[in-house]
Design a protein around this ligand. Structure first.
Ligand code: CP
Length: 294
């Protein structure tokens, strides 16, 4: 099936086609055959604002009715049904595709294997968030012309980040380099990419600086948020080391005043809200490619 669970199996040519479609969508140059008369199931077992609403928007613009399961409350999970059984039961209603956000308590790969319909990973535990990495790459391509040869510095909580995990998969495919910076406890124990211990040096190297949300709830050691901001935060002072042509990104949600200061959102290099706009185009292109291949 046309599932998107990770980026390893997504061909480079397919990514290029998706991005070209996203370009046409963003320029209002693509008319869709409306009224597919189809449904798409959006199963969000974990909290989400951007991903959920951009998939809903993408469905609405494609004329596909989104069947939304928003959180576990009010579902039969409360009566003891398993997550997998919930997904299989919704799939039995024959939507055209499933979009799933879940924690590590669901094996999305196994679910996709059991179903004969496309399953799209909308953020799965720490495993990956492929559509986020795709929209990030699309944003980089839009502003810098190409992803090829870019130097992307990911700063912060890489160890718990499904966004970073998906960038590791996508970077080799699209030819950008990823490097890391953050407290030792936030980084992979055996990093496979360049690591900068100093944010200043990392920012001097980068053409894209991407901050990640600090997921303090997942750390055993207590960190001082003030120390984190001073050392690794995207503050006006720290970002002096980043070139004027570089991009500032964050997948959201942001802990303002910790990993990124609120005034940075007005920095001309900052693309945080453009990432969100591009997320709709990329997800719409992805769902469109699924629908036309059904
Ligand atoms: N970036 C992202 O996945 O945001 P949400 O959790 O709000 O969907």
């Amino acid at each position: 099936t046309n599932s998107l669970i990770d980026l390893i199996s997504l061909e480079k040519e397919k990514i290029s086609t998706l991005f070209s479609f996203a370009d046409l969508i963003s320029e209002n140059k693509l008319s869709f055959e409306k009224g597919f008369g189809k449904t798409g199931a959006l199963l969000f077992f974990e909290a989400s604002t951007r991903t959920r609403m951009s998939f809903e928007t993408a469905c609405a613009r494609l004329g596909v009715y989104p069947l939304l399961l928003d959180g576990k409350a009010g579902t039969s999970l409360e009566k003891g049904e398993t997550l997998e059984d919930t997904v299989l039961n919704v799939a039995a209603m024959k939507p055209s595709f499933l979009v799933v956000r879940s924690g590590d308590d669901l094996d999305l790969r196994d679910v996709a294997r059991k179903l004969s319909m496309p399953v799209v990973n909308a953020g799965w535990g720490k495993v990956g968030h492929p559509t986020q990495a795709l929209l990030d790459a699309y944003t980089i391509r839009k502003h810098l012309g190409t992803c090829e040869g870019q130097r992307v510095l990911i700063v912060g909580d890489v160890r718990h980040s499904r966004v970073a995990a998906s960038h590791f998969e996508l970077a080799t495919k699209l030819g950008y380099e990823v490097a890391l910076c953050g407290p030792k406890d936030f980084l992979p124990s055996t990093p496979t990419v360049k690591v900068f211990s100093s944010l200043k040096e990392g920012l001097e190297w980068a053409s894209v600086a991407m901050a990640l949300r600090v997921q303090l709830e997942r750390h055993a050691i207590e960190y001082s948020l003030a120390d984190y901001r001073e050392q690794f935060g995207f503050t006006k002072k720290n970002l002096q080391s980043l070139s004027a042509q570089a991009l500032i990104m964050h997948p959201g949600p942001i802990n303002q005043g910790t990993e990124l200061d609120s005034d940075i959102l007005q920095d001309p290099r900052c693309q945080v809200l453009d990432q969100v706009s591009n997320g709709v185009f990329v997800r719409q292109a992805l769902l469109h490619s699924i629908l036309v291949e059904l």
